[in-house]
Design a protein around this ligand. Structure first.
Ligand code: ADP
Ligand code: MG
Length: 278
């Protein structure tokens, strides 16, 4: 047949052009197009859209592999009722990213342990990642250790520059680092290097007044806080520990739960309220 094409050669061409998704699906799309009599332009459009969607999906998957987000912590399973000071709409806007990541602005989550800071920050990270932003979640003490090693090897600047590829670095449990761990000034170098260029999301149990424990001297503490808060959104999650609250709730409900508790609405609510294992 004169319009038959050499499918082996087409596969080779698509390989050469690095269009792996097209390689997989062109034959089924072509078959459907023949059967339904699509105009050629429609077929080309469908193929191009498919390749692009697959490319986005693969990129997000790759970034997700590098982001080290907390597993299972999403905005869907975050109970916003527990933190009335943070609105879902505000968080959704942050997850678009454009309004702050483009300018290297920061986000700071403060509050006592168990209030959902790590959960919310990882979930925001995931939301941003799904929009195509690059995110890294790190326990501050781990990152400090890595940067200290880099400094000893005279490669601190390079290590900090490598973090530039992340639009957002999440420093979880910032105030857990103490200056007893030698050279916490690497944190200051990181904050200074990213200032007004690349964003940080910081979670901390202690208010700024306590951050003197983190940095080697008061002047550095002041300079660090100054840079961090200059362009920042601060959420104060001053709520009771979610774990404690849900444990208490379960205890109160006890074995003699009212029958109405088993209605579908309440069942799904119980599941959502149940804190995931850490
Ligand atoms: P923090 O980092 O503030 O100490 P976490 O984010 O680690 O608190 O929260 C402790 C546990 O409670 C985690 O398992 C977390 O998923 C859960 N949790 C906290 N707040 C909420 C919330 N508002 N909705 C759902 N789960 C929550
Ligand atoms: Mg935490």
């Amino acid at each position: 047949m004169s319009d038959a094409i050499d499918s082996t050669r087409l596969t080779l061409l698509l390989n050469e052009l690095r269009l792996p998704a097209l390689k997989q699906i062109w034959s089924s799309f072509a078959e459907r197009s023949d059967k339904e009599g699509w105009p050629a332009a429609r077929l080309i459009m469908a193929l191009a859209e498919h390749e692009l969607a697959e490319r986005d999906r693969r990129r997000i998957e790759r970034h997700l592999g590098k982001a080290r987000l907390l597993p299972g912590k999403t905005l869907e399973n975050f109970d916003f009722d527990a933190v009335p000071m943070v609105s879902k709409a505000q968080v959704a806007a942050l997850c678009a990213g454009d309004g702050w990541l483009r300018h290297g602005a920061n986000l700071i989550l403060m509050g006592p342990p168990g209030g959902g800071k790590s959960h919310l920050s990882s979930a925001i990270g995931l939301g941003l990642l799904e929009k195509g932003w690059r995110v890294l979640f790190a326990r501050t003490s781990d990152l400090v250790q890595r940067l200290q090693v880099a400094r000893r090897e005279l490669a601190l600047e390079a290590a900090i520059s490598r973090l530039d590829r992340f639009d957002l670095v999440i420093l979880d449990d910032f105030a857990y680092v103490t200056k007893d761990q030698a050279e916490t000034s690497v944190l200051f170098e990181l904050i200074s290097a990213r200032y007004e260029r690349r964003s940080l999301l910081i979670t901390a149990n202690q208010p700024f007044g306590e951050w003197g424990k983190v940095f080697p001297d008061p002047a550095m503490t002041l300079a660090a806080v100054d840079r961090l808060v200059h362009h920042s959104t601060i959420f104060e999650l001053n709520v009771e520990s979610y774990r404690r609250r849900t444990a208490l709730q379960r205890k109160q409900e006890g074995p003699g739960r009212p029958a109405s508790f088993a209605t579908p609405r309440n069942v799904s609510r119980t599941r959502r309220d149940k804190p995931a294992a850490e």
